[in-house]
Design a protein around this ligand. Structure first.
Ligand code: NAP
Length: 210
């Protein structure tokens, strides 16, 4: 069964959506900054839902430095569980090779058609590198982008060329980062209130990031 068929099977209401957010990230691990970003984007843009898409193999990172997808995926499912407007898609998990955003958005376009507005939500630092993303020009025609930043971020860094397709969202909770969560676990510092409790327990039970 193709990825698209699996996605369609997951919920019959999918076709009814006409404004969706695709929350792309490595989520190593997912933290409250990600969750707040998704919820804020949903509210501000009036999205029908936000679909979290954990990246299997980041195209710009060494895959051996990223935690096994089985853990990242489980933590993502656990973290979104109590929000009826959030979903997880395994679209990138089921596709081998580097996880190029263009392939993901094309698959979502096939599922939702052109009548649905698609917003790809990610970190501003990730968006800053868009010039190096695979088939960037084609990608910019397929969806709009939301770049999430922490307050105080130098917005001049985000090129004016993208103003028609890019919205910038300042998110106080993005003072938190996955890098910091990993550092804190490694150095026996608390991660309580930075990640959801289910995720915190999962990290300790599975001895991640030690
Ligand atoms: P990254 O470079 O590791 O992240 C840069 C910054 O953005 C970090 O501070 C990160 O914080 C933050 N961030 C990442 N995703 C976020 C999200 N959804 N919401 C809020 N902040 C976020 O970026 P990445 O996570 O590897 O990649 C982000 C997305 O862009 C992924 O879906 C990836 O596949 C896509 N991407 C695609 C291409 C391509 O198609 N060629 C190239 C690069 C990235 P945390 O570390 O705390 O998450």
């Amino acid at each position: 069964m193709s990825n698209n068929q699996k996605e369609l099977q997951k919920t019959s209401s999918r076709k009814e959506s006409n404004k969706i957010g695709i929350m792309g990230g490595v989520f190593d691990p997912i933290h409250i900054g990600h969750l707040f970003t998704a919820e804020e984007a949903r509210m501000r843009l009036n999205l029908d839902k936000v679909i979290f898409v954990p990246c299997l193999q980041p195209s710009h990172k060494r895959s051996d430095l990223v935690t096994d997808i089985k853990h990242r995926l489980k933590m993502t499912y656990m973290a979104i569980e109590d929000n009826p407007f959030f979903e997880v898609s395994e679209i990138e998990v089921n596709r081998s090779g580097p996880s190029y955003t263009i392939d993901t958005i094309k698959e979502f376009r096939e599922i939702y058609g052109w009548e649905t507005d698609i917003f790809f939500i990610t970190g501003a630092d990730a968006f800053l590198e868009i010039d190096s993303w695979y088939k960037k020009d084609e990608l910019l025609k397929l969806c709009k982008f939301v770049a999430a930043t922490r307050p105080g971020y130098d917005l001049n860094k985000l090129n004016n060329n993208f103003k028609d397709v890019l919205q910038i969202m300042e998110i106080p909770a993005l003072a938190i980062s996955s890098t910091d969560v990993r550092y804190r676990v490694k150095n026996s510092l608390s991660i309580k209130y930075i990640v959801l409790d289910v995720v915190r327990k999962y990290i300790y039970v599975n001895k991640l990031y030690f």
